[in-house]
Design a protein around this ligand. Structure first.
Ligand SMILES: [Zn+2]
Length: 447
C-alpha cells in the first residue's frame, strides 16, 4: 500500500476544531491520517506532494445538473423567461438530441466541473426521444474515461401536454418503458457501498411532467434495489398552482401522498415551502439541492437553506442545467450561494465555511454518501486544490475565505479516489480546444 503525504497546505477545509495544518496522508483511495500543524505523519510515507501554494478542500460535490443543456446555453428563444415558458421554448429543441449530443455534452460538462474542483457529479437526464434510449449508458462511459465519480439519475417524463402536463409528446415515454429501463440501468451499473465510482438513482422529472402513478411505482422500484430518489420540487409559484389545480395538493403534500417524504429522497431547488413543510422535510431527512444561479436567472425565488438545515434536512449545492446557469462551475456556484444566502439571512449568519460545507458534506448527504465530502480518516481520497496566484487573490488575508470572496474559478490539482485527474490546471489526455469545437458544432446543429 502506497502512502502519499499532502504536506503543509497553505490552508485546508477540515471539520471545525480539527487541526490539519500539517496536511493529510492518503493510502491508495482513502484518507488514512490527518497531520496537525508542525508535525509529520506517524508512519513512514512513500511520496510527498508539497501543498505550500495550495488551499485544500474535500472534492466538491455537485448535487443537481442536466449535462445535455450545455448545448443550449443562452439560447435566444429561451432568454428572459421564467421556468414554464422557458421549458416550453426548449422542449422542442431537446427533442432533437442524439447519442452524439449526449456524449459530447457529458464530456464537456464533466471537464468543466472537474476543472472547477468537483470530484463527484450527479446528473438528472430525463429527455428520451426515440433513438436516445442509451443516454445514461453513454454518460457512464464518458465519466469512466475522465475518472470522475458519478451519481447518474435515470430521469423520466410521462405526462405530456395532451394529458394535462407541460412537455410535448415527443419527449415523454410510457411508464412500462421507463420502469423497465430504470431497472436495467440499476442492475447493469449501480455500485453500492463506500468508494462506489458509478451509481444509478431514479428521478421522475417534476410534478408537471410525470404521472402520479409513475411517482409511486418509481419509489417502489428504487426501494426494491436500495437506490435513492430525486426530483425537482417547489421551484416556482407556477408549479404550486399546477399542483393545487390538478392534484388538489401543495407540492410537499403531493410528495407525501406518493411516498416520497423520506430520507432516501433529495430535491432540486426546494424554494416555495412554508414553515410547516420545512419542519416535515427536516424531520424526515429529505435533502435539498440549492441551485442559486438557476434560481436567480429564472427568477424562481430563494431557497430557505438555514431553516431547512436547522430542521434536519441535508442542504447541498447544484449548478443545475447549463441552460439556466449557464455554466457548470461548482466553485463559482459556492460563491453564488454565499452571496445570495448572505443577502437573505445577513452577514453574520452565512460564512464562506457554510457554503463550502454545503458543496461538500451537504451534497454528500443529499446523495447518501457517508464516504465523501469531509477531510477525515476513512473517507475517500477526493480532493480539490486551488492556488491563489491570480490577480483576483493578490493581497488576500484568509486563504480559505479568499477562495469564495475573491471568486476562485479553476482548480490546480484535483484527485478522485487517490488518482490525480486534474494536474497543473489541465485534464491529462483531454484536448479542450478540440472538445469545444465539436461541442459548438453539435450545439449549432441541434438548434
Ligand atoms: Zn434541474
Amino acid at each position: 500500500m502506497s502512502r502519499l503525504w499532502i504536506k503543509n497546505p497553505l490552508a485546508i477545509f477540515a471539520p471545525e476544531g480539527v487541526d490539519a495544518g500539517g496536511g493529510l496522508v492518503l493510502e491508495d483511495a482513502t484518507i488514512s491520517e490527518i497531520v496537525p500543524s508542525g508535525k509529520v505523519p506517524s508512519d513512514p510515507w512513500d511520496t510527498v506532494f508539497d501543498a505550500g501554494r495550495h488551499v485544500v478542500l474535500p472534492g466538491l460535490i455537485n448535487s443537481h445538473h442536466h449535462f445535455y443543456q450545455t448545448l443550449t446555453r443562452a439560447l435566444p428563444a429561451a432568454l428572459d423567461q421564467e421556468l414554464f415558458p422557458w421549458l416550453q421554448a426548449l422542449y422542442p429543441v431537446w427533442a432533437g438530441l442524439t447519442p452524439d449530443h449526449i456524449a459530447i455534452s457529458t464530456r464537456l460538462a464533466l471537464a468543466e466541473l472537474l476543472l472547477s474542483g468537483c470530484t463527484t457529479v450527479s446528473d438528472h437526464h430525463y429527455v428520451f426521444p426515440a433513438g436516445l434510449e442509451e443516454a445514461i449508458d453513454i454518460q457512464i462511459a464518458e465519466a469512466a474515461r475522465l475518472g470522475v465519480r458519478v451519481v447518474l439519475t435515470r430521469g423520466s417524463m410521462s405526462l405530456s401536454v395532451e394529458d394535462g402536463g407541460l412537455p410535448p409528446k415527443s419527449v415523454v415515454q410510457d411508464e412500462e418503458t421507463i420502469l423497465a429501463d430504470s431497472e436495467r440501468l440499476i442492475q447493469r451499473y449501480h455500485q453500492a457501498g463506500p468508494g462506489a465510482m458509478t451509481q444509478v438513482m431514479l428521478a421522475p422529472c417534476s410534478p408537471f411532467s410525470v404521472t402520479e402513478s409513475l411517482m409511486v411505482a418509481t419509489a417502489e422500484l428504487a426501494r426494491q434495489h436500495d437506490v435513492r430518489l430525486h426530483t425537482h420540487l417547489a421551484e416556482t409559484h407556477d408549479e404550486t398552482d399546477f399542483c393545487l389545480a390538478t392534484m388538489g395538493a401543495r407540492p410537499v403534500d403531493y410528495l407525501e401522498r406518493v411516498g416520497w417524504l423520506a430520507d432516501d429522497v433529495w430535491l432540486a431547488h426546494g424554494i416555495h415551502f412554508n414553515g410547516d413543510e420545512i419542519h416535515r422535510l427536516g424531520a424526515t431527512g429529505v435533502g435539498i439541492s440549492h441551485c442559486p444561479s438557476s434560481n436567480m436567472i429564472l427568477a424562481s425565488g430563494l431557497c430557505r437553506t438555514l431553516e431547512l438545515e436547522a430542521a434536519g434536512a441535508p442542504v447541498g449545492i447544484g449548478v443545475d442545467g447549463s441552460a439556466s446557469n449557464d455554466c457548470s462551475n461548482l466553485i463559482q456556484e459556492v460563491r453564488q450561494a454565499f452571496l445570495l444566502q448572505r443577502l437573505k439571512y445577513g452577514s453574520s449568519k452565512v460564512s464562506h465555511r457554510d457554503t463550502l460545507r454545503w458543496a461538500t458534506r451537504g451534497s454528500a448527504g443529499c446523495l447518501g454518501r457517508k464516504d465523501l465530502g469531509t477531510i477525515a480518516v476513512g473517507k475517500q481520497a477526493d480532493l480539490a486544490l486551488f492556488t491563489l496566484d491570480e490577480l483576483r487573490f493578490s493581497g488576500a488575508g484568509d486563504p480559505l475565505a479568499a477562495l469564495v470572496l475573491c471568486g476562485a474559478h479553476r482548480a490546480d490539482q484535483v484527485m478522485v479516489a487517490g488518482r490525480w485527474v486534474v494536474q497543473d490546471g489541465r485534464i491529462p489526455g483531454l484536448e479542450l480546444a478540440e472538445l469545444m469545437e465539436t461541442h459548438s458544432r453539435l450545439a449549432k446543429q441541434l438548434v
